[in-house]
Design a protein around this ligand. Structure first.
Ligand SMILES: C[S@@+](CC[C@H](N)C(=O)[O-])C[C@H]1O[C@@H](n2cnc3c(N)ncnc32)[C@H](O)[C@@H]1O
Length: 198
């Protein structure tokens, strides 16, 4: 049965967030005020779910329409959820988070212009020591068939670029792999999870 937190979101939060990262978001100490940055938050399904679990969320997107919808969804979810969400209009091609300010930085399915490795490094700069960077990118070509996917023409996070951006002592790589999608979108997702070393 869906929890109260799950029912607050108008669209189900991303299964990677509720699956791979759920333990981060549901084992919060009652007295803590953890912080997550959702970069490219869209209309805020993950932000709503996270806020409903007691996280403070900074949700960044460059689409005023997405932010507007996110604002309305947050208001509908109630004051206890809405007050935990800060919506920010920003272009992830250049926008930078407050350094080391967030316990988790999420970035799911964005396709900014510019150098992807640079964006990964820039967004990663917002992760606090011991915190987690989690990114997912739908690859534009299906590696099994060589056919274009529904993300054709988009440049999303890849494991090669993430591996290059996160190499060195600063990060422990937990996950760096392509996973086959099981929906009608087809192809694979690059899934990246890394922990900033203290
Ligand atoms: C496919 S949606 C994904 C939304 C959400 N992360 C999710 O997984 O449901 C991509 C989002 O990224 C945003 N986006 C794409 N490029 C961006 C950029 N350069 N700066 C900020 N947001 C961007 C879009 O406006 C859109 O809301």
């Amino acid at each position: 049965m869906a929890s109260h937190a799950d029912m607050l979101a108008t669209k189900a939060p991303n299964p990677y967030v509720t699956g791979e990262l759920e333990e981060l978001f549901t084992t919060r100490r009652p007295d803590s005020e953890p912080s997550v940055l959702d970069a490219g938050a869209g209309h805020g399904a993950e932000a709503l779910w996270l806020a409903a679990h007691g996280w403070n969320v900074t949700a960044v997107d460059f689409s005023p329409a997405a932010l507007d919808l996110g604002q309305r969804n947050a208001a509908q979810a109630g004051a206890d959820v809405a007050e935990r969400i800060t919506l920010v209009e920003g272009d992830l091609g250049v926008w930078a988070p407050e350094p080391r300010a967030h316990d988790v930085v999420l970035c799911l399915y964005v396709h900014p212009a510019g150098d992807m490795a640079e964006m990964i490094t820039r967004l990663g700069s917002g992760v606090a020591p011991g915190g987690t960077l989690f990114m997912v990118g739908h690859q534009s070509v299906d590696p099994a068939t060589g056919e274009p996917t529904r993300a054709a023409g988009q440049h999303q996070v890849s494991i090669d670029e993430a591996g290059a951006a996160l190499r060195g002592d600063e990060w422990e790589i937990v996950t760096l792999e392509n996973r086959r999608r099981d929906d009608q979108m087809g192809g694979v997702d690059a899934v990246v999870r890394a922990v900033r070393q203290p």
